[in-house]
Design a binder for this molecule. Structure first.
Ligand code: CP3
Length: 340
């Protein structure tokens, strides 16, 4: 028996579509907050296999989603390379910015596998705990989005420092892009070897780029990562999520991925037409309508389901679950999708 989510990523129109939700493990769940409270911080939680395993499994036990996603963060890669990273309560991630060759010298690709060994232990623990019908998704940030945080030093609307550096010092920027691209291959390959059935690339800030740079900083590194992973693990499907890609969605779909994540802003009918019929679409209900619930949610879920009907697809949100989401609304959404 092949798991429903893997069938969708193999190009099959599975109905009702398999589902999981971005950030399905997190602060909206009381059982997550309990374990988070026992950890000395978010990084500590990500690097403690028993706790990270438990937190990964919590939403599967509660809702029976078709996929578990490894509990970790896209910034664990730069952290493992030696970047100075902290998660500040209520502020999100803060990194010591990398903007010069001297800053870059603190990064050491040689540390990656030793530093991420606890994450690989979590992957194998989770895989061992799941039934064959549930797919385990490993992930990394896409090089562009990881560099957004590494160079800017924190979240931003425009990422002006990162985009400025790419224009001002293309040589340093290219070296950083190459380092993150190559280490992402090593990191995802290790997750697959540890037991991840699928890997996903989160490109949350793809949408801040003009078209020419979208091709060089989003599409090209994605192609390189996909090609390298296909060489090492030809059977492992890859999902790419180029958030706010807009009109670049169909070009992105040609990077070799088996699934394309569609963000909240996209018309799902347009996205279903822009992504070729052998590639699964994944998304894209508004996370805020999940907070509202009720008739608004029923209508929003139906619109996505109708757009996805008859083609390979995975039901998801268009971005991560927000902390104020009532857990019972998630249960109601699962029922809506399962009854479709
Ligand atoms: O359940 C899952 O989806 C798996 C775990 C996961 C997390 N982050 C856990 C997390 C995944 C896949 C991510 C990806 C991630 N992390 C992205 C890409 C997706 C997106 O949301 O656009 C990005 C940009 C990050 C970086 C990051 N991590 C930010 C900006 C923040 C702060 C914002 C916030 O929600 O607090 C984090 C922290 C973070 N990552 C939390 C969780 C559960 C909250 C930390 C806590 O518990 O204190």
């Amino acid at each position: 028996m092949t798991a429903p989510l893997l069938r969708a990523l193999a190009g099959e129109s599975v109905w009702p579509p398999p589902m999981w939700l971005m950030r399905q493990a997190g602060r909206y769940l009381p059982e997550y907050r309990a374990i988070r409270g026992q950890s000395s911080g978010f990084i500590d939680l990500c690097l403690t296999p028993v706790r990270a395993t438990e937190v990964t499994l919590q939403p599967i036990r509660r809702y029976g989603f078709d996929a578990a996603i490894l509990f970790s963060d896209i910034l664990m890669l730069p952290y493992a390379l030696g970047a100075d990273l902290r998660f500040l309560e209520g502020e999100g991630p803060v990194l010591k910015p990398i903007r010069t060759p001297a800053d870059m010298a603190v990064l050491d690709a040689g540390r990656l596998l030793a530093a991420t060994a606890p994450i690989m232990e979590t992957v194998s623990n989770v895989r061992a705990a799941l039934g064959p019908e549930t797919t385990l998704i490993g992930f990394a940030g896409s090089p562009w989005t990881v560099l957004c945080y590494m160079i800017e030093g924190h979240g931003s609307k425009e990422f002006a420092e990162v985009r400025g550096l790419a224009y001002r010092d293309p040589v340093l920027f290219a070296a950083l892009l190459d380092l993150v691209t190559q280490t992402t291959v090593t990191y995802l390959s290790a997750q697959i070897e540890a037991g991840a059935d699928v890997v996903m690339l989160f490109d949350s800030w793809a949408g801040v780029l003009p078209a020419a740079q979208f091709r060089r900083f989003v599409i090209e590194p994605t192609r390189i990562i996909v090609a390298a992973l296909k060489q090492l693990h030809p059977a492992t499907p890859i999902i790419g999520f180029p958030r706010l890609a807009g009109t670049m969605l169909s070009e992105y779909a040609a990077t070799g991925v088996q699934g394309v994540g569609v963000d909240t802003s996209a018309d799902p009918v347009h996205a279903a037409a822009a992504v070729p019929a052998h590639i699964a679409v994944q998304g894209n209900m508004d996370p805020l309508v999940l907070v509202a619930g009720g008739a608004a949610m029923t209508e929003a879920a139906s619109a996505v389901l109708e757009a996805w009907r008859g083609r390979p697809a995975i039901f998801n949100l268009g971005h991560g679950i927000v902390p104020q989401t009532p857990p019972e609304h998630v249960a109601a959404l699962v029922k809506l999708v399962r009854d479709a």
